[in-house]
Design a binder for this molecule. Structure first.
Ligand code: B12
Ligand code: SF4
Length: 504
C-alpha cells in the first residue's frame, strides 16, 4: 500500500530566495560574514538533528580572525530568512559540502555581484576544487585555521590569491578554541560542539577521510584544553564532532580523566572496537559519556571487509552493545545500506537487530560515493553512477546502481526502515530494561523522533535551547546518581541514563 508522503514544510526543503532586485547596503570594510548554507532536510529523519549542535567549520577559523575585523555567523538552516546584506560584508566566507554546493554557489554569485569578496572552503572545495573555483574570489583548500589570517591579510593588501592551501599537519594543541561567542545560543540544543582529535585510524573506502589528496594524520588536543573549553561554554551537555574519538585509546583514557571532574555529560562518535577494553567503557561512563554514535555500517562481514573497515565481527556487535548499555551509555547505531553484499532482506534484518539490541536511536544512510574517494572511483569505473547531481548525494538518495536490488528498491527500503524505527511499536520495543529509565527514554524518543512539526516551531522561534535545557539537566542529574553507584560498585547493571544522540 502506498504511504502518505511525509510532512515537509517549504522552509525545510527550499532555501530563501535571493532576488536580484533586493537593495543592499554599502560594503563595510573589515567585516567578514561566515555562512553555513541551507540544505534540504530529509523528512524521514528528525529535524531536531540539525540543531543539536553547530558544526565547527566556521567557528574554528573565526577564532583566528584579527581583532580589527568584525565577524558574523549565519546558519541558513536556522530558518531566519535571507542572510544579512545591510551593510554588505567585505568578505563572505562560505563552507561548502557537496550536498549544499549549489546553494553555496548561488550565495557566492549573489554576494560577488554586489562587490563582496567570496572565499569558499570546506570538504567539497578540497575534493572538487576546479568546480568551486568558478564561483569564488579565493578557495581555501584544507585547514582554515592556518589559511584564514593569510586570506584576510591579502584582502587588506589587495593581493587576494585564487587558491590557498594548507595541510592538516600543524600542532593541533596550538589552535585556539573555536569562537563560540558568535553562535546564536538559543538556537541549538547545545552550543558546545567539541573536537579533540582529527583523523581516524581506519580508512574506509566510502569515507571522506579517504579523499584523494587529503592528508589528515591523527592529531590530538591536550585533554586539559578540551575540558577548559567545555567548562567555558557553560552548558551541561557537549557533543564531540570528532570522526572517531576512540582511535587512540590511551588518549581517550586521558581525556576521560580530564572530563570527569566537570560533572557534565557528553556524547561522541566511536568505532565499536572501543569496547575491546571494558575498563575504558567504565572510564567513559565515569567521565560523563551518556551516548555514543557508532558506525556499525553493516551487519554483514563481507561488506565491512570490502569497505576496508577494520572492525570486530558483526556477530560480536550485540555483546559489545550490551557492555555500553550496562555502563549507562546509550547507543545510536549508524548503518549504511546498499553495499554490494546487501540483498533486499537487509532492511528487515537491520530493523530486527536494532530492536533486539535495544538501540535507543539509529541513523541510516544510503551508500554514497563521495567524489575523489576509492568508492567513487570504483563506481565510476564500473559505470554504476546514475548522475552527478551533488544535491542528491545526501545519503537519503540512491545515486548509483546497487548490485542486488534496484535504486528504487534501495530508496524504498531506506524509507521503510526509518518509518519502522520511528514507529510507536519500535520505540516501545527498544525501551530500556530498567523501568525507572523508561519515562525519560520515552520523552526523549518522542520529542526527537516524532515531533517534526514541533521542531519546526522551536527552530523558527529560537526556542530549541529553552525547551531542551531542562531535559538535558535532568539527564545530567540522573547520570550523576548513576555514576555514584558505578563508583561504589565494580560490576554495573543499571542502564538507561543517557541522552538520545543524533548522528550525521
Ligand atoms: C556536525 C556534523 C553534522 C551536523 C551539522 C550541524 C550543523 N548545525 O551544521 C549534522 C548532524 C546536522 C550533520 C548532518 C549531515 N551530515 Co554531517 N557532519 C558533522 C561532523 C561530525 C562535524 C563537522 C565539523 O564540525 N567538523 C570540524 C570542522 C573544524 O572541520 P571542517 O568542517 O572540515 O572545517 C575545516 C576545513 O574544512 C576548513 N573550512 C571549512 N569551511 C570553510 C570555509 C572557509 C571560508 C574557510 C576559509 C575554511 C573552511 O576550515 C575548518 C578548520 O580546519 C562531520 C564529520 C567531521 N568530523 O568533520 C560530518 C560530515 C560533515 N557530515 C556529513 C554528512 C554526509 C552529513 C549528512 C548529509 C548525513 C545525513 N544523511 O544525515 C547530513 C546532512 C547535511 C547535508 N545535507 O549536507 C559528511 C560529509 C561528507 C562530504 N563529503 O561532504 C561528514 C564529513 C561525515 C562523514 N564522515 O561522512 N552533520
Ligand atoms: S571508521 Fe568512520 S571515520 Fe574512520 S575512516 Fe571509517 S567511516 Fe571514516
Amino acid at each position: 500500500m502506498p504511504h502518505k508522503p511525509l510532512w515537509c514544510p517549504p522552509e525545510m526543503s527550499r532555501p530563501p530566495i535571493l532576488a536580484d532586485a533586493i537593495a543592499t547596503g554599502p560594503i563595510q570594510p573589515r567585516y567578514a560574514l561566515l555562512i553555513n548554507p541551507f540544505y534540504a532536510k530529509d523528512p524521514h529523519a528528525s529535524f531536531g538533528k540539525h540543531v543539536l549542535t553547530p558544526s565547527l567549520a566556521l567557528t574554528s577559523f573565526a577564532a583566528v580572525t584579527p581583532a580589527h575585523w568584525q565577524v558574523r555567523y549565519w546558519d541558513e538552516n536556522l530558518l531566519d530568512g535571507r542572510p544579512p546584506f545591510t551593510p554588505l560584508a567585505e568578505v563572505v566566507g562560505i563552507t561548502v559540502h557537496l550536498t549544499f554546493a549549489r546553494r553555496a554557489f548561488e550565495l557566492a554569485r549573489w554576494y560577488r555581484s554586489r562587490g563582496s569578496k567570496v572565499v569558499l572552503g570546506g570538504l567539497h572545495v578540497l575534493s572538487c576544487p576546479d568546480e568551486c573555483a568558478a564561483h569564488a574570489d579565493a578557495l581555501a583548500l584544507g585547514d582554515g585555521v592556518t589559511l584564514w589570517p593569510r586570506i584576510l591579510a591579502d584582502v587588506e593588501q589587495g593581493t587576494l590569491q585564487p587558491r590557498y592551501t594548507a595541510a592538516y599537519e600543524s600542532d593541533y594543541r596550538l589552535d585556539p578554541a573555536p569562537r563560540r561567542s558568535i553562535l546564536p545560543r538559543r538556537s541549538f540544543l547545545t552550543t558546545t560542539s567539541l573536537i579533540a582529535t582529527r583523523g581516524c585510524h581506519n580508512r574506509c573506502g566510502f569515507c571522506y577521510l579517504a579523499t584523494d589528496g587529503l592528508r589528515m594524520p591523527y592529531r590530538m588536543r591536550d585533554p586539559a584544553q578540551v575540558a577548559e573549553e567545555f567548562l567555558a561554554d557553560g552548558q551541561p551537555y557537549a557533543v564531540f564532532v570528532d570522526n572517531n574519538l576512540g582511535s587512540n585509546r590511551p588518549y581517550l583514557r586521558q581525556l576521560c580523566r580530564a572530563l570527569r571532574p566537570l560533572r557534565k555529560i557528553w556524547s561522541a562518535a566511536v568505532t565499536i572496537d572501543v569496547t575491546d577494553d571494558p575498563s575504558l567503557i567504565r572510564d567513559l561512563a565515569l567521565a560523563g559519556c551518556t551516548g555514543v554514535f557508532v558506525g556499525f555500517e553493516s551487519l554483514t562481514d563481507a561488506n565491512l571487509a570490502a569497505a576496508n573497515k577494520k572492525t570486530p565481527k558483526a556477530s560480536d556487535y550485540a555483546r559489545r552493545v550490551r557492555l555500553l548499555h550496562d555502563h549507562g551509555i546509550q547507543v545510536n547505531g549508524s548503518f549504511v545500506l546498499g553495499f554490494d553484499h546487501d540483498r533486499k532482506d537487509v532492511f528487515a534484518r537491520t530493523a530486527d537487530w536494532v530492536e533486539e539490541n535495544h538501540l535507543e536511536c539509529s541513523t541510516f544512510h544510503i551508500l554514497t560515493p563521495y567524489p575523489a574517494t576509492p568508492l567513487y572511483r570504483q563506481m565510476e569505473a564500473e559505470g554504476r553512477l546514475l548522475h552527478r547531481d551533488w544535491a542528491l548525494y545526501d545519503t537519503a538518495h540512491a545515486v548509483f546502481r546497487p548490485r542486488n536490488m534496484t535504486a528504487e528498491e534501495l530508496e524504498m527500503g531506506y524509507a521503510w526502515l526509518y518509518r519502522r524505527l520511528f514507529s510507536h511499536t519500535s520505540i516501545w520495543r527498544r525501551r530500556p530494561e530498567d523501568w525507572r529509565a523508561v519515562p525519560p527514554y520515552l520523552a526523549m524518543s518522542y520529542l526527537y523522533k516524532r515531533s517534526n512539526r514541533f521542531w519546526r516551531f522551536l527552530i523558527r522561534h529560537h526556542l530549541v535551547q529553552a525547551v531542551w535545557r531542562p531535559l538535558v539537566e535532568l539527564t545530567r542529574l540522573r547520570h550523576l546518581r548513576f555514576r555514584e553507584q558505578l563508583e561504589s560498585r565494580r560490576a554495573t547493571s543499571k542502564p538507561g541514563t543517557g541522552i538520545v544522540t543524533a548522528g550525521v
